[in-house]
Every structure is written in C-alpha cells, then in structure tokens.
Write a protein that binds this ligand. Sequence first.
Ligand code: SF4
Length: 87
Amino acid sequence: MNGPSPPDELPPESTHIPGEVGPGGIEIAVDREKCMGSGNCAYWAPQVFDLDDDGLAIVVGDPSGGEDRVQLAARNCPTEAITVRTR
Ligand code: SF4
C-alpha cells in the first residue's frame, strides 16, 4: 500500500493572505525561492512574519493595523522576496 506521499516542501509562494484582510485589503506573499532566511521581516513585523523550521519566512499573522511595518519589512528584505499589494 504505497499511496502518494505529502510533499516535503511548501510551494515557492506558499504564504499568502487574501485581500480581505485589513482596511482596504492587503496581500502579502513571500517567494521562498528568493528568501535567504535573514529574519529581517520577522524583526520589523513579528506579528506578521516568522521563520519556519527550514529557516525561511512565512506569513503567520494578520497585518491589519500593521501595514506600515509590513511595508518596512518588504523594503528591508535583502532579496526582495516579499510582495505587498494593497487595494
Ligand atoms: S527579510 Fe526577506 S530574505 Fe529575510 S527572512 Fe524575510 S523574506 Fe526571507
């Protein structure tokens, strides 16, 4: 009985919060192919970003009220792995 195994890795753009979060909506994505695990994003916006067991960034929280910090985190990402889109 060998069924399909779950994937070992998350897809590259696995962290995504749909646009209905926060006033006006904000979408955040981390390109895990670009992320080099510096942790800058978790420093600037710890309520939104964290590093997973592989040492790569994931989106963990609701950015509402913290959009400025999310933008700061995106600007300070050394590999430009974070995309922030507001509506
Ligand atoms: S700041 Fe950029 S490179 Fe550093 S952990 Fe966050 S997403 Fe990855």
